[in-house]
Design a binder for this molecule. Structure first.
Ligand code: SAM
Ligand code: SF4
Length: 337
């Protein structure tokens, strides 16, 4: 699939739940959440079918996200379905807060960590959110004291042998800027690639204000003051919009995702998103979304689903409109960050 601007769309991000065991202030801060009714959320079979159809249009990379995807009941069953029904997915990833990766699960009669089970089911890359290494700040940001579980989860992930484990840190003035050099050092010690992400207007929270916004350029200067000057590495790219820099005297790279301040942010976009209630979104930063769940449930054949995908790809905007309308709308948990 190719959009009007020549972007080849090969990457699908699927949110499998709007629920989460944490309450990050930039994502879903309120204690009393209104969750989507179960019947509105796609079943694992429905997700696997939609992914399989997407692979027939050239999608080869899939990221499972949420909410907290690993908190959904029997989540390993989804990965089994994906392995069996969508073998054309060559690059399977999960975005997680990491708190459940070290949990013991039973898979095919054997006890193992969630991380090991995911690895055995073909998951290649893990993106783990880590906004602070300070337990007090971690709790203040995420609403929960799960830092020890996340650190144990990362250790379980390393033990499980994932080829790629990345750390994602959302930048917030006054909440975690003092932690940035320590996070870079932690990533270096454990061989993780860390990326710092600008706060995006994708929630209904008062935290998304100009005062809390910390631009990536400033984060870079904070890290440079703590660790030394960073050298741009424009030649290094992962599958996303991060810009990478190299630390002095080491081969460690650090990524910056400047969704708001990087004007070239959308140039290499190859993504399409599927929300947990079955809406296709051509862009995270635009309000456009198109229902695919009702046609699916009404018995649409593969060709009809394919034309829906094509129609949505055709409506991919040239770039997101975060900058023009800093208007929090649908929550990130439902879209799938
Ligand atoms: N629960 C998982 C996690 O926390 O990684 C997966 C879902 S979460 C919505 C995906 C990513 O979106 C996380 O890295 C999170 O930090 C990021 N995110 C959530 N709200 C955001 C916001 N307002 N601005 C920037 N990033 C945000
Ligand atoms: Fe949950 Fe992830 Fe949102 Fe935090 S960012 S509340 S962990 S979905």
């Amino acid at each position: 699939m190719e959009d009007r601007f020549g972007h080849r769309i090969s990457y699908l991000r699927v949110s499998i739940t709007d629920r989460c065991n944490e309450r990050c202030i930039y994502c879903m801060p309120q204690e009393t959440q209104e969750w989507l009714p179960r019947a509105e959320v796609l079943s694992y079979e429905e997700i696997a079918r939609l992914v399989r159809v997407a692979t027939t249009l050239g999608v080869t990379k899939l990221r499972v996200t949420g909410g907290e995807p690993l908190a959904r009941a029997n989540v390993l069953e989804l990965f089994r379905l994906l392995r069996d029904e969508a073998p054309a997915i060559r690059d399977l990833g999960v975005s997680t807060n990491g708190s459940l990766l070290a949990r013991e699960v039973k898979w095919e009669g054997e006890a193992m960590t969630m991380a090991t089970a995911l690895r055995r089911l073909g998951v290649r890359s893990l993106n783990v959110s880590l906004d602070s290494l300070d337990p007090v700040a971690y709790r203040a940001i995420t609403g929960r004291g799960f830092l020890p579980d996340v650190l144990a989860g990362l250790a379980a992930a390393r033990a499980a042998g994932f080829p790629s484990i990345k750390l994602n840190c959302v930048l917030m003035r006054g909440r975690n800027e003092a932690q940035l050099p320590a996070l870079v050092q932690f990533a270096g010690e454990h061989g993780h690639l860390i990326r710092f992400i600008e706060l995006m207007p994708v929630s209904t929270t008062e935290v998304l204000s100009e005062e809390n916004f910390l631009p990536v350029a400033e984060a870079r200067r904070i890290i440079e003051r703590g660790i030394g000057s960073l050298a741009a590495r424009p030649d290094f790219r992962t599958n996303g919009p991060a810009s990478y820099f190299q630390l002095p005297g080491s081969d460690q790279l650090v990524g910056f995702i400047g969704a708001l301040t990087n004007l070239h942010f959308c140039e290499s976009c190859n993504k399409l998103r599927l929300t947990c209630d079955g809406k296709l979104r051509p862009c995270l930063g635009s309000h456009l979304e198109f229902d695919i769940r009702d046609p699916l449930r009404a018995g649409a054949g593969d060709e009809e689903l394919r034309s829906l995908y094509r129609m949505v790809v055709d409506r991919k905007p040239l770039q997101h409109d975060f900058r023009d309308s800093y208007q929090p709308n649908r929550k990130m948990v439902a879209i799938g960050g």
